[in-house]
Design a binder for this molecule. Structure first.
Ligand SMILES: [Zn+2]
Length: 438
């Protein structure tokens, strides 16, 4: 019996790295677990059972199969808390800032997602891209069409992937093939929630795109859906671009600022993800804090669309919960490493050097906490799901050359985020299954 049980367990051997809490500074050695010759044991359904020195683990489980990753790092999989499934093919579209970019590229492309075959093809491509970049959990926008998000949920479930997603809610200021009237949106969203929220690892997010494409009636629909489904998330955009803010306040003249619109419709809570949150007034920062909502930084998108610089230091000082995301296709990379690199540069432009412990914390345990899922993902500890990645810090010529001078794990993480990309992701495990090869 003992041996039989052992054979159903798997061991991964390598250098283990996982955060235990938010790092206070770059020398906060208590904030993470690092085992030079470590092992992780997980069971046949992909639940982590033990994390320890390899030799200790081996002596307790002499018969379990081993995958040896040598000197590579074994870390929790990256978590992307904001991206757009129907924008995969508009990534790298030239010459526009937010509102023009939506009209010129995004809305026409999103209109294609009325077709189920197109959705199926794109869902595979999208999840393949996330996974090959080490993203094992995603929070995603669909198009307005229910089939877009249903297809994405189905594809994620096939892969046993943790996916939070929603059909986007829009009923004005866009071409009519990407608009759905409020009542119809309500009925369709309700059906999707019943079918998919809590199905496998899928979870639903109520998804009003932003105030500009929402009439007050549609805001009420968002409010009802969010209120009636308390375990669902809410995702939207906030204060990304100055023209966007002006247009928003023209459409909602009775509101004193952008965030007060979402507040009016009771859309703010600890399950609310506010993408961008760049140009915030003091009142808005206070409100984000009071409601425990999450300000989501999208660095590659903010630079690409010329939107502005996320004020990480100010938000941290105000104890605002923040998270980090790719925001593809306004974002320019599916790689969380490239995203962390751009986040560093966004802070450098403001005279602040974001330390690599903070950025890797963000992409793993920090984002898991922002989602309230740190008992499932973002950390390597018993009871959590074995969603993890194998990182090779010498995956390119310059990386291996630079690594010859590397002395600490902090420095290694900084090399990974500054020079690394998809090539540094040697393996990706979702619920204990190696899916990178597939
Ligand atoms: Zn977005």
């Amino acid at each position: 019996m003992e041996n039989f049980l052992d054979l159903n367990m798997n061991i991964l051997k390598g250098r283990i790295f996982s955060f235990l809490k938010r790092p206070e500074d770059i020398s906060d050695l208590e904030s993470f677990l690092y085992i030079e010759d470590g092992g992780i044991l997980f069971d046949e359904i992909g639940i982590i059972k033990e994390v320890d020195e390899y030799s200790a683990l081996r002596s307790r489980h002499p018969n379990s199969p081993i995958s040896d990753f040598g000197s590579n790092l074994i870390c929790p999989g990256f978590i992307d808390v904001h991206n757009h499934f129907p924008q995969t093919q508009v990534i790298a579209s030239y010459g526009a800032q937010l509102l023009d970019w939506l009209n010129k590229y995004t809305f026409p492309n999103e209109s294609l997602f009325i077709d189920e075959n197109h959705c199926k093809k794109e869902a595979k491509v999208f999840l393949d891209l996330l996974i090959s970049n080490g993203i094992t959990s995603s929070v995603s926008f669909g198009s307005v069409h229910p089939i877009s998000v249903e297809t994405l949920f189905a594809e994620a479930k096939k892969r046993n992937m943790n996916l939070i997603a929603g059909n986007v809610l829009m009923d004005r200021n866009a071409p009519k093939d990407v608009l759905i009237p409020p009542k119809e949106s309500y009925e369709k969203s309700k059906k999707i929630i019943e079918k998919w929220h809590g199905n496998g690892r899928c979870k639903y997010a109520v998804t009003p795109r932003f105030a500009i494409t929402s009439t007050p009636e549609l805001m009420e629909v968002s409010q009802s859906l969010f209120d009636e489904n308390k375990s669902c998330y809410l995702q939207t955009h906030l204060s990304e671009n100055l023209d966007e803010i002006k247009t928003t306040l023209r459409l909602y003249p009775d509101n004193k600022n952008y965030l007060s619109i979402y507040d009016k419709y009771k859309l703010l809570s600890d399950k609310t993800l506010l993408a961008h949150s760049i140009h915030l007034e003091t009142d808005e920062i206070e409100k984000i804090k009071d409601t425990n909502s999450v300000a989501v930084h999208c660095p590659t998108s903010n630079l690409f669309l010329g939107s502005g610089l996320f004020k990480f230091e100010e938000l941290s000082r105000n104890n605002i919960k923040t998270a980090i995301s790719t925001d593809v296709g306004g974002g320019t990379s599916f790689s969380m490493l490239r995203t962390l690199d751009e986040a560093y540069k966004v802070q450098q432009l403001q005279g602040f050097s974001l330390n690599p412990l903070e950025s890797f914390y963000w992409a793993t345990l920090g984002n898991a906490r922002a989602l309230g899922l740190d008992n499932e993902i973002g950390i390597l500890k018993p009871g959590c799901v074995a969603d993890l990645i194998i990182l090779n810090s010498s995956s390119t010529k310059i990386m291996s050359h630079r690594m010859e001078k590397c002395k600490t794990i902090q420095e290694e993480l900084f090399i990974l985020q500054t020079l690394g990309d998809e090539r540094a992701i040697e393996g990706v495990f979702i619920a204990g299954e190696n899916v990178k090869a597939a």
